[in-house]
Design a protein around this ligand. Structure first.
Ligand SMILES: [Zn+2]
Length: 428
């Protein structure tokens, strides 16, 4: 009964939600040349548009455009000969649909879920927090829960360590992965939770626990994430209010101490605002402490983002680390492992240097890992899974939550075993 009441409350709330996005159109943009890429990028930044994915020749981009800017945006594209189609004229309707799909999934789900966490819904901060607590209590032999500190708004940031030897065997490499550094990228959470599931609850491949130590941080940006469960589903940054009354939040993936400020925004309202200084934000400072403690043993770092079906590596200025060839090789292997089991309508993963594939970006978590000596560091951009009429970026259809976890795990396993084998050779 309580569930029914809360379902009605949820649906009732859903109808009144997402007003801030009313009338926003989502445009699919196709570019054919470097000049057209440049034009779309320039237009997007001068009109302060929310670029969901950057257009490349052969791969469409998606741009969210407010109601009052649509005509101007369309005219500029037409004048430059850039092809576009309108995915939806009002993103609010699809955000409402997302709420409805999730409410239905919740209704179908059968109880006692926090111990086993079935992959049929996107869990809230509190649900994940409870799950991690229960998991650590139920599996003290392999799981250690670490409360690493507080977010800007005072939420606990917790990660788990998974080890068959209590992190004491220094001959083992560490794989470190995190999700939700960007708040709206909901589909990234099932990827880390699925990994936890396969390493602790449903262990079918013993070598992964026997030979490797794991650090998994499911919610790297809790304040932003909680914010996306309220009125602002498409929020990306953290929730720092240190930068004046008008603009909230720092892009945490531009706040790390590596080329900081070179290719990011110094405007607080921007979605790529880099903050006052490297590690000015508690969320990134906490991740730094993980490297301070473990960097000599972290062999693989995976920063899970969405969307675009890409595996990217540094550096963000286009320069390549000495390990570039091996980085690329392992990137391709992980991509192939995912492509082998992906949904047929999603494109194959693209692998490459982030600046060469996409755009320059400084101060990223992935680059910081490379800079402190982690040999294999990648940003995964998971696919935008099918949603109603097509792949709709950040929106999550509950029907594909398990698939997202399952297919990404194939890539993660490939990476983990590769670094395990290489770490052994290094230490013979
Ligand atoms: Zn992201």
């Amino acid at each position: 009964m309580l569930r029914l009441v809360s379902l009605f409350l949820f649906v009732g709330l859903a109808l009144a939600r997402h007003e801030v996005y009313d009338g926003y159109g989502l445009y699919k943009v196709s570019v054919k040349s470097a000049d057209q890429i440049e034009l779309v990028n320039h237009l997007s930044s001068s009109l302060d548009l929310d670029v969901w994915s950057h257009a490349l020749p052969g791969r469409d981009g998606q741009v969210l455009v407010p109601k009052e800017t649509k005509v101007l945006f369309e005219n500029e594209l037409k004048a430059a000969g850039v092809e576009f189609t309108i995915e939806t004229d009002n993103i609010k309707e699809l955000l409402d649909l997302e709420d409805q799909l999730h409410a239905e999934a919740l209704q179908k789900s059968n109880g006692s879920r926090l111990e086993s966490l079935p992959f049929d819904q996107i869990y809230t901060y509190h649900q994940v927090d409870t799950f991690l607590e229960l998991l650590a209590a139920a599996h003290p032999e392999t799981v250690t829960l670490v409360n690493a500190g507080k977010s800007f708004e005072g939420r606990d940031i917790k990660y788990i360590k998974i080890s068959s030897t209590n992190f004491e065997d220094t001959r083992k490499p560490i794989v470190f992965m995190e999700s939700l550094l960007h708040a709206r990228e909901w589909i990234t959470l099932p990827a880390t939770l699925y990994a936890i599931h396969k390493l602790v609850i449903d262990v079918t491949e013993q070598d992964l626990v026997r030979d490797i130590d794991w650090i998994i941080l499911p919610i790297a940006n809790p304040d932003g994430y909680v914010h996306t469960h309220g009125e602002f589903r498409l929020w990306r940054k953290n929730r720092s209010t240190n930068y004046g009354p008008l603009c909230t939040g720092v892009d945490l993936n531009r706040n790390f101490d590596v080329f900081w400020g070179q290719a990011s925004s110094n405007i607080a309202c921007s979605d790529t605002f880099h903050g006052a200084a490297p590690f000015s934000e508690p969320e990134t400072a906490i991740i730094k402490t993980i490297y301070d403690q473990y960097s000599s043993r972290i062999e693989l770092f995976l920063d899970i983002h969405s969307f675009g079906s890409m595996i990217l590596y540094g550096y963000g200025d286009g320069s390549l680390p000495p390990s570039a060839l091996m980085l690329h090789l392992l990137g391709v292997q992980m991509a192939q492992a995912i492509d082998a089991v992906k949904m047929s309508w999603n494109p194959n993963y693209v692998v490459g240097n982030v600046a060469l594939v996409l755009y320059q970006a400084s101060g990223s978590a992935g680059d910081y890992a490379l800079a402190v000596g982690v040999p294999y560091s990648y940003t995964y951009e998971l696919p935008g899974h099918r949603f109603g009429i097509g792949g709709l970026g950040f929106l999550v259809d509950p029907a594909f939550i398990e698939q997202a976890g399952f297919e990404t795990w194939e890539g993660i396993k490939t990476g983990a075993r590769f670094v395990r084998d290489n770490f052994k050779k290094k230490h013979l």
